[in-house]
Design a protein around this ligand. Structure first.
Ligand code: PMP
Length: 365
């Protein structure tokens, strides 16, 4: 048997560990910000029927440019954000992670720099590094907010080629207001990527960065069907940007990257967007309940516009995480000392989490 160390692996990958939260079979899984509700039976049947039709022609390659799917995503996003969009502004891939990878393949690389304001979605850094794009860790205020002055100051010092803004931000739940996004886009010639994976969960009155696209040709907004859409297993992410950005990604995408089965399943899911997103209001309500219940117990809780809540500060967060797991509740240790993150699931799951937390958390925490 050959060990990994024996292979002529790229030097910068040596000693690294694969990214990924534990996938454990426990009764309550609130660790990866999924939507806890499976598709209703009628929607599942519609998706199966769409895939079945496609299988009849699976000897052929799929539409390389996924035009029909992109048209339907364009209509969905225009309706969701209130911003008129055209199909040439929309691009789709296997999850928004693949979109982020294609962005870094096209606009990053050796000798270029990417800046993100951490703590944030750690895959931004990992994908940057996997594409040999040096990463610079920017900072947020101590309450995890990001104001325009600080954001711009950092851009001016670092002079990045790509800037990552995550709104609502994972793992803190913090939304970034449009003034900050504008200020960053005005201050740099870089590509500005706003990761809105959790956009649909934002509190009322929050505007999507999609509304800024007409003013900023280097702005990119990434979205996903993994969260609000309850389609994480379907692997479908997308972006909205100027048509030139889509053309740039077409230079780096693999031919036929989106399988015919994925395209068909995603289109069927989009036709049932209302049913699949029926739980979003309830998830927002559960998120707000988690915030108020944990606050009432005296813990520090970060205000959230997403489907999860970051809370602390614990003397030993990994130990508390382990005790919760022992009680059958899997949440996320995001590697921020003192903090844990819990996904807002169904009312029953959130009650189970709070019940387990009351059982296992002690004054010593
Ligand atoms: N962006 C953020 C901020 C995320 O939290 C996630 C998933 N955890 C993703 C992107 C990637 O999601 P997907 O590849 O499933 O679209």
């Amino acid at each position: 048997m050959t060990d990994l160390e024996d292979l002529p692996l790229r030097a910068d990958l040596r000693g690294q560990h694969p990214y990924g939260a534990p996938q454990l079979d426990v009764p309550v899984r609130l660790n990866t910000n999924e939507n806890s509700s499976p598709p209703p039976a009628a929607v599942a049947a519609a998706i199966v029927a769409a895939v079945a039709t496609e299988v009849a022609e699976v000897n052929r390659y799929p539409d390389r440019d996924a035009v029909a799917l992109r048209e339907e995503l364009t209509a969905y996003l225009a309706k969701q954000t209130g911003e008129p969009l055209t199909v040439d502004q929309l691009w789709a891939a296997n999850g928004s992670n693949e979109i982020l990878q294609q962005l870094l393949q096209a606009f990053g690389g050796p000798g270029l720099k990417a800046l993100g304001y951490t703590p944030s979605y750690s895959m931004h850094q990992r994908i940057a590094e996997a594409t040999c794009t040096p990463w610079v860790d920017g900072r947020r205020a101590s309450d995890f907010t990001l104001d325009p002055i600080s954001a711009v100051e950092q851009v001016k010092v670092v002079r990045p080629n790509l800037v990552f803004l995550c709104s609502p931000n994972n793992p803190t739940g913090t939304a970034i207001d449009l003034d900050t996004i504008r200020a960053v886009a005005d201050a740099t010639p870089a590509m500005v990527v706003v990761d809105e994976a959790y956009g649909e969960f934002a509190r009322p009155g929050t505007k999507s960065a999609v509304t800024l696209l007409p003013e900023y040709p280097r702005l990119v907004v990434t979205r996903t069907m993994s969260k609000a859409f309850a389609f994480a297993g379907g692997r479908l992410g997308y972006l909205a940007a100027s048509p030139a950005v889509v053309q740039a990604l077409q230079l780096v995408r693999l031919p036929y990257h989106l399988s015919a089965l994925t395209q068909a399943a995603a289109r069927a899911a989009l036709r049932h967007a209302t049913e699949l997103q029926a739980g979003v209001d309830s998830i927002r309500g559960e998120r707000d309940r988690l915030v108020s219940e944990l606050t009432a117990r005296g813990w520090e809780v970060v205000p959230s516009d997403a489907n999860f809540v970051l809370f602390g500060r614990f003397a030993d967060a990994p130990a508390l995480w382990q005790r919760l797991l022992g009680a059958g509740v899997l949440i996320r240790d995001v590697g921020m000392p003192g903090w844990l993150r819990v996904t807002a699931g169904t009312p029953a799951e959130c009650s189970a989490f709070l019940g387990a937390f009351d059982q296992v958390a002690t004054d010593a925490d």
